[in-house]
Design a protein around this ligand. Structure first.
Ligand SMILES: *Cc1c(COP(=O)(O)O)cnc(C)c1O
Length: 355
């Protein structure tokens, strides 16, 4: 007798790539984490954690965090759902709104976790190719015949942003659910968020995370904004205490320090833009990025290393970046933006290896 359901047996787990050992001094530019610490207010909240907060169950409705988020985004508390990282929200969306034998379309390449999650709920996922320049073809998505569409915007791992007008056109013409994963929106041009669409379109869910711009990957907090019926459905299907007391307190503290977030995001964008200039001067082709990473193609030519070899050479020097086996990504590297010092170290290694 087999104990494991066939669709779980068949599942290909989400690939994380090579990871440095915990506590290593590697330059880690492979998971799009923030190179800066969380706000001092977050660290203060952690230090002043009370006995009571550990002894009691946390509020199942997550009222404090939802209230802070509703103020930030100008929506109602009832339009917000908080989760144990946006990964949990992605799972709950697929579980509650897509499910067995229904189809979810997403651009390709994009965040492959969506394919894994679809398979784990027996939903199918359809990869809709992006254009040659990796821009998203909304026409193909709209006509995909799928029950739901997922747009990672800005997209990962390409860094490309679909303008809000195009997002709205897609949302208004597609009758099914449209999930817009805005994990990287804080690093994009202002005004690109689809949150304003939520009041006008009942079929939109905007997913956000504290992992990237707030430097809280380890705390695992995400949220989504949608019309009230969708939020109520997510509330019903979640684990009762899906966000622990510590993490939600840290997320509330992070929201209080708007200046700090703005400063660190601005610093990251400046580092990104100068790193792109450096890469191009070394002959790398770089897709314009609206995120905290760049997708780049090393210079081709006889005797020059290909992307896989570059990946190995960087790894040998304790620099972790990302290489994907996907046919449209195999000649590229995705490099997260670190501090100025880290990017200078990467640039120096690249320059040295090219010489
Ligand atoms: C990093 C990332 C997330 C965030 O995941 P968390 O579970 O909130 O840490 C979500 N979507 C995409 C596309 C990402 O790259």
């Amino acid at each position: 007798m087999t104990l494991i359901l066939p669709h779980i047996e068949r599942l290909t787990p989400y690939a994380l790539g090579d990871l440095p050992p915990e506590g290593s001094a590697a330059i880690k530019l492979n998971q799009n984490e923030s190179p800066y610490p969380p706000s001092p207010l977050v660290l203060e909240a952690l230090r002043t954690l009370g006995e009571e907060e550990l002894r009691r169950y946390p509020d199942a409705r997550c009222a404090q965090l939802r209230a802070a988020l509703s103020r930030l985004h100008g929506v109602k508390d009832e339009q917000i759902f908080c989760g144990n990282g946006s990964s949990e929200i992605i799972s709950l969306i697929v579980k509650g709104f897509i499910g067995p034998n229904r189809r979810m379309a997403l651009p390709d390449p994009s965040f492959s976790l969506y394919h894994t999650v679809a398979a784990s709920y027996q939903a199918s996922s359809i990869a809709i190719p992006t254009r040659c320049d990796y821009t998203v073809d909304t026409e193909l998505l709209t006509n995909s015949g799928a029950d739901a569409i997922v747009l990672v915007n800005p997209n990962a791992p390409t860094g490309h942003l679909l303008p809000l007008e195009e997002v709205e056109r897609l949302v208004s013409r597609f009758p099914g659910l449209v999930v817009i994963d805005e994990a990287y929106i804080d690093f994009a041009d202002p005004g690109a968020t689809a949150i304003p669409l939520v009041d006008r379109y009942p079929n939109v869910i905007v997913v956000r995370t504290f992992s990237k711009a707030y430097a809280l990957c380890g705390a695992r907090v995400g949220y989504c904004i949608a019309a009230e019926p969708l939020i109520a459905a997510l509330e019903k299907s979640k684990d009762i205490y899906n966000i622990n007391a510590i993490s939600r307190k840290l997320a509330v503290a992070a929201l209080e320090d708007r200046d700090y977030t703005a400063r660190t995001v601005a610093a990251l964008k400046a580092t990104r833009d100068s790193f792109i200039v450096e890469l191009r001067s070394l002959g790398f082709d770089v897709i314009p990025s609206q995120t905290n990473f760049v997708l780049c193609t090393p210079p081709a030519g006889a005797g020059k290393p290909d992307a896989r070899q570059w990946y190995r050479k960087l790894l040998e020097r304790n620099i972790y970046v990302r290489h994907f086996e996907h046919p449209r990504l195999a000649d590229k590297l995705r490099i997260s933006i670190g501090t100025d010092d880290e990017m200078a170290a990467v640039t120096a290694v690249l320059r040295g290896l090219l010489a």
